[in-house]
Write a protein that binds this ligand. Structure first.
Ligand code: BES
Ligand code: MN
Ligand code: ZN
Length: 501
């Protein structure tokens, strides 16, 4: 990123570069090894060609002595003789060579950035087995967020300072770095506490970084939202002293044949409002703007990557608080575009601000609309913590779910059953924001949103309630807290749509 973003804190990541041969002062060289396809106990090591014969033999012998197997994720450090030119060689197990996927490379790469703590400079040939995933894996896996801790970062916790990909293509490396940095941007937004990130500051921060990369910005404040009839955003935001915003970010390259609308939920904190949440784990609700962070990061990445597709992100931002002016159960609100909703529970707030944003996004007549939100606890019940639920137009929904799986962001298609149409009718408004029963809550939220998508727009809703925020422990290249899901899925779909025309 060119200019330092004015967030109170950012995650630390490894710097990535390319070189033809082993750079001076390389401390560690990471060499990929595989399991023996014949079932033997010893890993398959192929000389890198970067060392002399004697050193290569030393490495091979050490691997045998240490009984290195090549199991995926196995890391073995070999201290090297002075004349080798590196302090240690690190063997990195990639598992079965014929089963190797991009995701296996990404996960192994993540272990390198995080596993070689305190090391300044690492070189590797891992990029030979998938440069994109390797670069993404080291940047995402090394990501370390310390928030507002005031002590110095301990060397024992810092990711590798620089990772050099030997023999790698510079352009490919740069594109992968941009993809990963965009995930990092989304993570940084999500990790920022709501004391620092609220609609006004969030809108300004997003605008700052968007402008740096030539993305057009429009911000509507609460007065403008009221005037233009954004009743969902106003209602959800009115219980907080921090007033809501609607941010629109547009990237429009000259040669674009297709137009994609992105919409993301930007609830900067969700107390539930008058239908207040229990206090246990309520702090996780700083992540209730994860969908917005992903779409903001994606439109900026599209501009940086110069993708041949027009992208506009429409992002409603509000803080859901139970203040004296808060909206109430029983209220009826009028959305942007005129539809009305009866409020049964103020904790089903995401769909209300998204309804306004989707209606606004559809006025641009996009070819596709993708909406992303931490929308329901029911997503976690149905699909667990790591798998995004995808609803929407049949073909496009399936395409998005498949794209997610192809980049290692697990996703699964879910239906919007027809009986929900009557279940979500209200006696006093066009819709109500809940069904009377507690079943299929992820799907009824999807149905509610579908009511605001214009006829003829291919659309998808991604419920990332679980996948956006990792409350368990680190795995692969996924840290605790913000994950940055589904930025890489969105970028992969945009690249595909760009290639369509
Ligand atoms: N932000 C929550 C959903 C959520 C829950 C995200 C857990 C991440 C982790 C959303 O606004 C919400 O409160 N949804 C309610 C809807 C219900 C009242 C119909 C829920 O899922 O309980
Ligand atoms: Mn809620
Ligand atoms: Zn919410």
């Amino acid at each position: 990123m060119a200019k330092e973003l004015a967030l109170p804190a950012r995650g630390v990541v490894s710097k990535v570069s390319v070189a033809k041969k082993l750079p001076k002062r390389t401390e560690a060289f990471v060499v990929p090894v595989f399991k023996d396809p014949e079932g033997g106990a010893e890993a398959i090591y192929e000389p890198s060609g970067l060392f002399d014969k004697e050193t290569e033999k030393f490495i091979a012998n050490a691997l045998a002595t240490l009984k290195v197997s090549g199991e995926h994720g196995e890391i073995t450090k070999i201290p090297m003789p002075k004349k080798a030119g590196v302090d240690i060689v690190v063997s990195l197990g990639l598992g079965d060579r014929n089963k190797l996927s991009g995701e296996q490379v990404r996960r192994a790469a993540g272990l390198v950035a995080r596993g070689l703590v305190g090391v300044e400079k690492v070189a590797t040939t891992l990029g030979d087995f998938g440069l994109g995933p390797a670069v993404e894996g080291v940047i995402l896996g090394g990501y370390t967020y310390r928030g507002l801790q005031t002590s110095e970062i301990e060397a024992a916790k810092a990711p590798v300072a620089e990772i050099v990909f030997i023999g790698a293509n510079k352009q490919e490396c740069e594109a992968a770095s941009i993809r990963a940095e965009s995930v990092v941007l989304a993570r940084d937004f999500v990790n920022t506490p709501s004391s620092h990130l609220y609609p006004e500051t969030y809108a300004e921060l997003a605008a700052d970084v968007a402008k740096q990369f030539g993305v057009k910005v429009e911000i509507l404040d609460d007065a403008a939202l009221r005037k233009d009839g954004f009743g969902g955003i106003i209602a959800v935001g009115q219980g907080s002293a921090r007033k809501p915003r609607l941010v629109r970010l547009s990237y429009a390259p000259r040669k674009a044949a297709k137009q994609v609308a992105l919409v993301g939920k930007g609830v900067t904190f969700d107390t539930g409002g008058i239908s207040i949440k229990p206090s246990a784990n309520m702090d996780h609700m700083i992540s209730d703007m994860g969908g917005s962070a992903a779409v903001i990061a994606t439109v900026i990445a599209a501009a940086r990557l110069q993708l041949p597709v027009a992208v506009t992100a429409t992002v409603p931002m509000a803080e859901n608080m139970p203040g004296s002016e808060a909206y109430r159960p029983g209220d009826v609100i009028t959305h942007y575009g005129g539809k009305t909703t009866e409020i049964l529970n103020t904790d089903a707030e995401g769909r209300l601000i998204l309804a306004d944003a989707i209606a606004r996004a559809c006025e641009d007549n996009p070819d596709y609309l993708i909406e992303v939100s931490t929308l329901t606890g029911a997503q976690l019940v149905a699909l667990g913590t790591r798998t995004t639920g995808v609803m929407g137009s049949d073909d496009f929904r399936d395409r998005i779910a498949a794209a997610g799986r192809s980049v290692g962001e697990e996703a699964w298609a879910m239906p919007i059953p027809e009986e929900l149409a009557s279940a979500m009718k209200s006696p006093v408004a066009d819709l109500r924001n809940l069904t009377p029963d507690r079943f299929g809550g992820m799907l009824s939220a999807g149905y509610f949103l579908s009511e605001f998508v214009s006829e003829g727009v291919e659309w998808a809703h991604m419920d990332i309630a679980g996948p956006a925020f990792n409350t368990e422990s680190t795995y692969g290249y996924t840290p605790t807290r913000a994950t940055g899901v589904p930025v890489r899925t969105l970028l992969s779909v945009l690249a595909e749509i760009g290639a369509e025309a």
